[in-house]
Design a protein around this ligand. Structure first.
Ligand code: CDP
Length: 233
């Protein structure tokens, strides 16, 4: 019976609410939640801290040469109810969510050596199924055999407003125009890169949540997950 755990892959554009629904779903099903974007953000943060990336400089060779010294892990925080991301054993959960990290992360995510390292680790985390992973290439590259694939979209403005409020709530001093610009820039880079671009997997279910409440979205996706799990029995 315990073998009917499935893999749930959630892909989509930035700030489409993937991580919110993925966390809810994992909690409800007793699955592991993995935020793959946090891993790309962790490498970006590492590169910034080490001076490999700043407004004037983007040293791809330096990032690649240091990949072996980057250890990314997740540790479950009971109070928060989800796993926080650690870089070489340091909790960097808050540091990676800034607009500054967002402004560099998509470029870091174009580097094939970075992707190879992270995809390998992601596949290992999902080896026993019972995982909900969100990102850009989960249904296409990381888990092409996932039993349930979702592709989330919403208008750029809706997404930018969501992200703007999220950043303000976290105490980040940002303006809406900069957030919108970042959302649009990342959409473009993520969709047009050569290695593992953001595309809907053929067998993914598309979901536009521009006009859905969080509850509607969760109910709908939970129903899809339950149907998929029942189909396995
Ligand atoms: O939460 P948000 O939508 O802002 O993005 P994220 O999931 O934290 O991902 C940050 C960035 O990492 C994306 O814009 C992509 O450039 C990259 N990424 C990726 O290339 N592949 C993934 N599986 C996940 C994220």
């Amino acid at each position: 019976m315990s073998n009917n755990k499935i893999t749930i892959a959630i892909d989509g554009f930035s700030s489409t609410g993937k991580s919110t629904v993925a966390k809810q779903l994992a909690k409800h099903l007793g699955y592991i939640y993995v935020d793959s974007g946090a891993m790309y953000r962790a490498i970006t943060y590492f590169a910034m801290e080490n001076g490999f990336i700043n407004d004037l400089n983007f040293n791809i060779e330096a990032i690649i040469s240091q990949l072996d010294s980057i250890d990314i892990s997740f540790k479950f925080n009971k109070e928060l109810g989800f796993a926080e991301v650690y870089l070489n054993d340091e909790n960097i959960e808050k540091d990676i969510r800034t607009l500054e990290v967002s402004s560099f992360v998509s470029k870091v995510a174009t580097i094939s050596e970075v992707r190879q390292k992270l995809v390998e680790q992601q596949q290992e985390m999902g080896r026993h199924k019972g995982v909900v992973m969100d990102g850009r290439d989960i249904g296409t590259v990381v888990f092409p055999d996932a039993e349930l694939k979702l592709f989330m979209t919403a208008s750029a403005e809706t997404r930018a407003i969501r992200r703007y409020h999220e950043l303000l709530e976290r105490g980040n001093n940002v303006n809406y125009e900069d957030v919108l610009k970042n959302v649009q820039e990342r959409d473009y880079i993520d969709s047009n890169r050569e290695d593992s671009p953001l595309v809907k997997a053929e067998d993914a279910i598309a979901l536009d949540n521009s006009n859905m409440t969080l509850q509607d979205q969760f109910d709908k996706i939970l129903q899809l997950a339950k149907m998929t799990i029942e189909g396995m029995e």
